[in-house]
Design a protein around this ligand. Sequence first.
Ligand code: BGP
Length: 476
Amino acid sequence: MMIQKKMPENFLWGGATAANQYEGGWDEDGRGPSIADILTGGSVDKERRLTVPEPVEGEFYPNHEATDFYHHYKEDIALFGEMGFKVYRFSVSWSRIFPNGDEETPNEKGLEFYDKVIDELEKYGIEPLITISHYENPLHLSLAYGGWKNRRLIDFYLRFAKVLFERYKGRVKYWLTFNEINMLTEPFGAVFCAGMLDEADNNEETRYQAMHHQLVASALAVKMAHEIDPENKLGCMLAYHNGYPYTCHPKDVFFAQQYCQIHNSIAGDVHVRGAYPGFAYRYFAEHDMHIVMLPEDAQILKEGTVDFVSISYYSSNCVSLTQEGAETTQGNGTVNIRNPYLKASDWGWQIDALGLRYVLNQIYDRYQIPIMIVENGLGAVDEITEDGQIHDDYRIDYMRQHIGEMKEAVCDGVDLMGYTCWGCTDVVSASTGEVKKRYGLIFVDKYDDGTGDMSRKRKDSFYWYKKVIESNGEIL
Ligand code: BGP
């Protein structure tokens, strides 16, 4: 029998960005510096450089101006409206609201900016989805408290979250507590997720300690949000690590399962089930990690479970215990074994659309609650051709394949709420700091040497995605 492949009605189609990579206006209207403001640009083979404790004269800091949503929000949201977005995922810059992070009262001017963003979204009937913390801890919290290894950050975070829940009550229903919290299982997460700038803090024990503090903060925020408005829907956000066994040797197959447990399910289980899984305690013990958990934490985690799971998914790779010296490649925050069956982006991220169906099934099997894909897309170099257009058929191909597999997953029975492609407008890359690594459906005239007039241009993918949304995924 032929299966009818239909997306659910009211499916939330849209796009996603993060304040530090998109807004710019880094020192405007009372905003304080965040950790992203002391990161210089990099490239695929050069790491971004951290200039602690502050920006250095003469260096280029791509996030300071980013792609200037701060001054283009009306124009950009109108373009989102034109594409027919049902939802727009964005983050609130913490240091725009609490410039140092530890103040008692918020910066009113900062809040006014988000009031205006939400006004615009309402104009076009676009549902806001707010990431409360997306790689943008206030710098002061790193310098004065050492970042998230310090339990005191829980209170500062809750103060920030409370301001948002109260201010946007009735206007914002969908929230994510932390972006890619499980990046703390990787060295990449120390600075980005936890604002731990000291190299000595970049070890597993300190990163898992920081993750524990964030998991407690998240649970308390979930509970608070539900109390403030029972209509609120809170989600966790995992950078989904999809590691296939490189061979069918049972050791490799088992190692791949463990890899997934450690990198995805520790954080996922705490968020969704409200407790650490047994393998987490075993992993901590076997790696000599002593994670400080207070007696009340177990109850807090139990009472603050999320309503839905959200993920970022870009690529997959392989893992192995038996293949020493196998060729490796980059992924989102990872370096793992290259899969000979897959092609990769110019940045080495291996393209695997079927892998999306695989992980959606895996997550749904485990948690049985709604899922949302809040990041997916292709980072590529775009060129304006002689006709003045951007023919990004490679991006359309990537999205067509991934959305196609997402539809298959829905037919498999996965309860999927929505899809927001990453960087609907070109933004600064998180890992490399480049604008050249473009994900957008909307091109921004901005380049890695800081030049560009910030004008916006629709890419071919813009028109394609508009049709996808119009047809609720029928026309791909
Ligand atoms: C995710 C982040 C985003 C975004 C994306 C693409 O990890 O949540 O902020 O940047 O990856 O990564 P990159 O910009 O490094 O290509």
